[in-house]
Write a protein that binds this ligand. Structure first.
Ligand SMILES: C[S@@+](CC[C@H](N)C(=O)[O-])C[C@H]1O[C@@H](n2cnc3c(N)ncnc32)[C@H](O)[C@@H]1O
Length: 225
């Protein structure tokens, strides 16, 4: 992975502060809430699900298995989730047998990778999924990025795609079953007291075809082909 050691090192260094700095403020809580509305709707059976990468375990209530390449992120996850099966390993070389899981959840990860690495990891996820298994992952919306003219410095959040790119990249391995927008409103510009009440409306608008593509992120529900 060209810049992956740098990414892992970054998360190793911020692991202890990650939950607090990313998800304790009103913006982080908003994103987390919206993602959970979608994940709840997708009815994941956690017993056969892998959270990859699980980071500090934010979403491990959806999966009994977690894997992450950062020892420090995993240490935090282990302190929260003693009963889960958590492993430190690179996502390109997963320590699981072929066809082990019904679902793999990949959140806030592919946005940091280049397309070659994304494809490599997709193939590994395809390998560990059972026939008919699902890959639930998110990516920044390319349409939204173009609209807001958002520029990224370095690897952080630098990957964005639209559904056509995803189809093109993954066509031999997965097909798109459903897509769900996350954060249509420019929530960072809205006063924090108004954010919570807007969450449900934002969620509903972010599910409407023709509108959802303009959301900040898209969660893809992909089926193994
Ligand atoms: C932004 S965090 C996301 C964590 C979690 N999915 C979430 O949504 O809170 C990105 C994670 O990717 C992990 N990571 C980076 N490169 C990896 C790789 N090649 N294999 C496995 N994990 C990796 C980092 O250690 C970090 O924990």
């Amino acid at each position: 992975m060209n810049n992956n050691n740098e990414i892992i090192e970054y998360y190793n260094n911020i692991a202890e502060d990650y939950d607090c700095s990313r998800f304790e403020n009103s913006y982080g809580k908003y994103v987390d809430r919206q993602e959970r509305i979608v994940l709840d709707k997708l009815n994941i059976n956690r017993q056969n699900a892998l959270d990859l990468p699980c980071g500090t375990g934010r979403l491990l209530n959806y999966a009994d298995y977690g894997c992450d390449a950062s020892e420090n992120m995993l240490k935090v996850a282990k302190s929260h989730w003693k009963e889960k099966h958590l492993t430190c390993r690179d996502a390109r070389n997963l320590p699981y047998e072929d066809e082990t899981f019904d679902t793999v959840i990949t959140m806030h990860f592919l946005m940091h990778l280049d397309k070659t690495t994304t494809f490599e990891i997709a193939k590994e996820i395809h390998r560990v999924l059972r026939p008919g298994g699902r890959w639930i992952m998110d990516l920044p919306s390319l349409k939204r990025r173009r609209l807001t003219n958002k520029k990224n410095n370095g690897w952080h959040g630098s990957n964005s795609m639209n559904a056509v790119d995803v189809k093109h990249l993954l066509s031999n391995h997965f097909y798109i079953n459903s897509t769900h927008g996350i954060m249509l409103f420019p929530i960072h510009r809205i006063p924090s007291v108004l954010r919570k009440p807007l969450c449900k409306l934002d969620y509903h608008l972010s599910q409407v075809a023709g509108i959802k593509e303009w959301s900040s992120y898209i969660i893809y529900e992909l089926w193994k082909s």
